[in-house]
Design a protein around this ligand. Structure first.
Ligand code: G3H
Length: 496
């Protein structure tokens, strides 16, 4: 159970502690932040409302701990990460339980998130050993006008302090996707969890604590974004920000200093369906892509652009599958669970009502109880409707009928987002041309958009973000290149 057994020290009474200097602490603010269970809409947990002074202290510790961590051999850093991964996987139950309670993720998917996170940490440790153990050796005589008098040695060195801000929808997985690359590359890490998802994050951080990472290297600071959000992201000690979330990321990037940024800020992933597509495959992928975790994924299918000639058949197939989706509590593994908050549910409802007023066809009756919204497929959506452009982050999938592939590509490219997209066709040549034409970070051919497997590059174009993710790219992003040049008094050529 969350906050008990191995995890008993992370809670004080009914308030979860924050983590700094290798210890679990109570904030001097004496205040806490309540976490509302999306399904019951009642307070479920409480976390510390940390102060700006506590942020300052954490940053000082992170700066000093990083100096010795950078001198820790790579194999040793990897060993500790493997240990953390094993502890995380062995203790998945309390984390999965908190995911269910604070973000209403279905129970099975919650377990999957934790296991996936353990695998990500281990993969990152291995990849780090491979790519950070290698450097480059350049000889000067390959550039015109030079003799071989200079030997250039390059390697990758850490940035310093990495600030990680994961979103509510994958609080554990998208936290470790930032923590593990930062640590293997020799950085220290300050984590600011989302309010909903904070308790899962605190349990995850305890697994790193139990693995024996040095004091101060990892910190987890909780609290109100309004009090410590800007203070954290604009803190002079921060050398890199890895953020996943909404358009807050745009304002963070405007205020951040001259530091590397890794940002993933959502998408309006289009699913382009051609006449020759396997419509059963498309329908299953619309269900998986559009409705899993109730559509609360950046990579969810957020608009279907289907050729008019096959639209009726496709809509019927999707409708039949929507009818089979179960709706209810996350504890019961329902397919559709409550969305994260009342404001989120209100926003989704606003998009649905706008589509209704403008004449979209409702394939199911719109139904909502509290934060629980029944799955909804909207047909005959037109570009003048908000749902054609905005991301609902809920179980609502709009279908736009198109009369040419170009129309689909134009719609996709007119979006301010550019995360992923997908195209369904049996013609691989067409698929490649469409993939090239779509202005998105990734295009999936004959499958719904998805970030994983977690070592694949993952990046958004336009307002969907900057910097690429995926294990290898994250490690590279969290390092800088250091060069040493050996200058020789006379040219030196190795003889055959
Ligand atoms: O919500 C944003 C996530 O990066 C999407 O990840 O494709 O594994 O669901 P996913």
């Amino acid at each position: 159970m969350a906050g008990t057994g191995l995890f008993a020290e992370i809670i004080d009474g009914e308030v979860y502690k924050y983590y700094a200097d290798g210890e679990w602490k109570t904030s001097s603010s004496g205040k806490s932040v309540a976490i509302i269970n999306p399904a019951t809409r009642k307070p479920q947990y409480k976390v510390q409302a940390c102060t700006q002074e506590e942020v300052n202290a954490v940053m000082e510790m992170a700066k000093s701990a990083q100096k010795s961590w950078a001198k820790t051999p790579l194999w040793k850093r990897a060993e500790l990460l493997h240990k953390a991964a094993a502890i995380l996987k062995d203790n998945k139950a309390p984390m999965a339980e908190s995911l269910v309670k604070e973000i209403a993720k279905p129970a099975k998917d919650s377990v999957t998130e934790v296991v996936r996170s353990g695998d990500l940490i281990s993969y990152c440790a291995e990849e780090g050993v491979r790519i950070l153990g290698e450097g480059k050796f350049l000889l000067s005589d390959s550039f015109p006008g030079n003799d071989r008098t200079k030997y250039c040695l390059t390697s990758k060195i850490p940035l310093g302090v990495v600030l990680a801000i994961p979103p509510f929808n994958y609080p554990v997985n998208l936290a470790v996707s930032k923590i593990a690359p930062a640590l293997i590359a020799g950085n220290s890490l300050v984590l600011k969890p989302p309010t909903q998802g904070a308790v899962s994050c605190l349990h995850m951080v305890h697994c790193f604590h139990l693995a024996g990472f040095p004091k101060g290297l990892i910190s987890c600071i909780t609290g109100k974004g309004s009090e410590i959000g800007d203070f954290l992201t604009m803190h002079p000690a921060v050398n890199c920000i890895s953020f996943t979330g909404g358009d807050t990321g745009i304002s963070i990037s405007k205020k951040a200093g001259m530091i590397p940024l890794q940002m993933e800020l959502g998408g309006k992933d289009a699913c382009i369906v051609l006449e020759d597509a396997d419509l059963d495959l498309v329908a299953s992928n619309i269900i998986k892509g559009g409705f899993s975790y109730s559509g609360q994924r950046c990579t969810a299918v957020k608009v279907v652009l289907v050729m008019e000639s096959v639209a009726d058949e496709l809509v019927e197939k999707v409708k039949a599958k929507v009818a089979k989706l179960t709706v209810g509590p996350p504890e019961d593994n329902s397919d559709i669970t409550a969305v994260v908050s009342e404001s989120s549910a209100n926003f989704i409802e606003g998009l649905v009502m706008d589509a209704k007023e403008k004449g979209a066809t409702f394939c199911q009756e719109y139904k909502r109880e509290g934060n629980l919204i029944w799955p909804l497929l909207l047909d005959n959506v037109r570009p003048d409707m908000r749902i054609a452009w905005e991301e609902p982050f809920g179980p609502v999938v709009p279908v736009l009928r198109i009369s040419s592939v170009e129309e689909g590509i134009n719609h996709c490219n007119a979006s301010n987002f550019g995360l992923q997209g997908c195209v369904f066709t049996k013609d691989i040549n067409k698929a490649i041309l469409i993939s090239d034409a779509m202005e998105t970070g990734t295009v999936q051919i004959n499958s719904a958009p998805a970030r994983g497997p977690d070592h694949f590059p993952f990046q958004g174009l336009k307002d969907s973000g900057i910097g690429s993710q995926g294990v290898t790219n994250s490690i590279n992003l969290m390092t800088k290149v250091k060069t040493t040049v050996i200058n020789l008094p006379t040219p030196s050529y190795s003889m055959g």
